[in-house]
Ligand binder design. Structure first.
Ligand SMILES: [Cu+2]
Length: 117
C-alpha cells in the first residue's frame, strides 16, 4: 500500500512544483506584447512589425460596436473579438517574412499584415 502511494507522490512532485511556481503564467507574462485594434472595420496599424524568431503575445482590441474575428491563414489563427472587447493571441516564433491577417467579418476593409524581421 505504501509503495504505490510513494510512486504516485514522486510522479506528482514535478507537476505540483510547476503549479506552485506558476511557470506557465510567468512565461506568458514575460513574452513581448504587441497591440492591434480594429476601428471602423480597419486594423490599426494595418502593418505591424514584430521581431522574427521570438514568441510573442498579440493583444487585439475591438473598438467597433460589432463583433470582429481576427483571422490569419498564414498564421493559422482565428479568434472572435466582441464589441469593446479584447483577446490575446500567442504567435511565433516566426521566420522573417510577411504574414497576412484580416477581419473575417469585414474582409473588404479589415486587411493587414504582420512583418517579422
Ligand atoms: Cu473566420
Amino acid at each position: 500500500m505504501s509503495r504505490p502511494m510513494s510512486s504516485l507522490r514522486r510522479r506528482l512532485a514535478p507537476v505540483l512544483l510547476m503549479l506552485a511556481a506558476g511557470s506557465a503564467p510567468v512565461l506568458a507574462a514575460d513574452l513581448p506584447e504587441f497591440q492591434l485594434a480594429i476601428e471602423h472595420h480597419r486594423w490599426q496599424p494595418e502593418e505591424l512589425r514584430v521581431p522574427a524568431g521570438v514568441k510573442f503575445k498579440l493583444v487585439v482590441t475591438n473598438r467597433d460596436g460589432t463583433p470582429e474575428e481576427f483571422e490569419s491563414v498564414d498564421l493559422k489563427r482565428e479568434k472572435i473579438v466582441m464589441p469593446g472587447g479584447q483577446i490575446s493571441v500567442y504567435i511565433g516564433p516566426l521566420e522573417a517574412g510577411s504574414y497576412r491577417f484580416f477581419g473575417d467579418f469585414h474582409q473588404d476593409t479589415a486587411q493587414g499584415r504582420l512583418i517579422a524581421e
